[in-house]
Design a protein. Structure first.
Length: 216
């Protein structure tokens, strides 16, 4: 049975565009692969602690020499790395907050990037895992738009997930999500609705196709 690692990081429990689209992907995955396993982490509802000196130093200390705090930090990092390594596919909800990703998702990345294991080696331990990132945003940062140079979500995650962890990364980008709530964006509602519909369609297709890779 294949395993899907599903991470949501939106601070909104309801009304979140990234959560809606990851849910569409997961629904298609589960319909195609009902016997599969889903490891789910809501990084907003149950945030991980930010990385500390204990979590860094524990990697360089012999097991018997680790302090109690270092041992606990090492155990958490190991748990998160093992979840990633166990996954046959990864799904991440990554809304844009102030031009970047939520700090809850950054905390997960800081824990799971372990040099010599998940990164920094010729073949990282989770290399090649198909990974779909739902990168929602309130406006548009597409090429040719006024804020093109402020698109740091897909560029950052492409580097850290693809180059550092070696994952096979693909993005779904629902944009203009604030069009219905910001009066100044009223003229963009139709484009926002089209983007949302396309994102849901893409998520359903990719969820089904990803699951099918492990059920053939």
């Amino acid at each position: 049975m294949a395993t899907l690692l599903h991470l949501d990081s939106s601070a909104l429990p309801q009304g979140s565009h990234s959560r809606d689209v990851t849910a569409a992907f997961r629904k298609a995955w589960e319909e195609q692969h009902p016997d599969g396993t889903v490891i789910y982490r809501d990084l907003s509802a149950n945030p991980l602690p930010h990385i500390t000196a204990d979590g860094i130093q524990a990697l360089f200390a012999a097991p018997e020499a680790r302090t109690e705090e270092q041992a606990a930090a090492f155990a958490l990092r190991t748990e998160l790395a093992e979840e990633l390594e166990r996954a046959d596919a990864v799904l991440i909800g990554a809304p844009m907050y102030n031009f970047s990703i939520p700090s809850s998702l950054k905390a997960w990345l800081d824990h799971v990037i372990i040099m010599g294991r998940t990164s920094g080696v010729e073949t990282p331990s989770a290399a090649g895992t198909p990974t779909t990132v739902v990168a929602s945003r309130g406006g548009s940062y597409a090429p040719g738009t006024p804020r093109e140079d402020a698109e740091f979500v897909t560029t950052y995650l492409g580097k850290v997930l693809g180059d550092m962890l070696g994952l096979d990364v693909d993005f779904i980008v629902p944009e203009l999500t604030l069009a219905r709530s910001v009066p100044a964006m009223a003229a963009l509602v139709d484009k926002a609705d089209a983007s949302r519909a396309q994102a849901h369609e893409d998520a359903a297709i990719k969820g089904k196709a990803t699951a099918a890779r492990f059920t053939a």
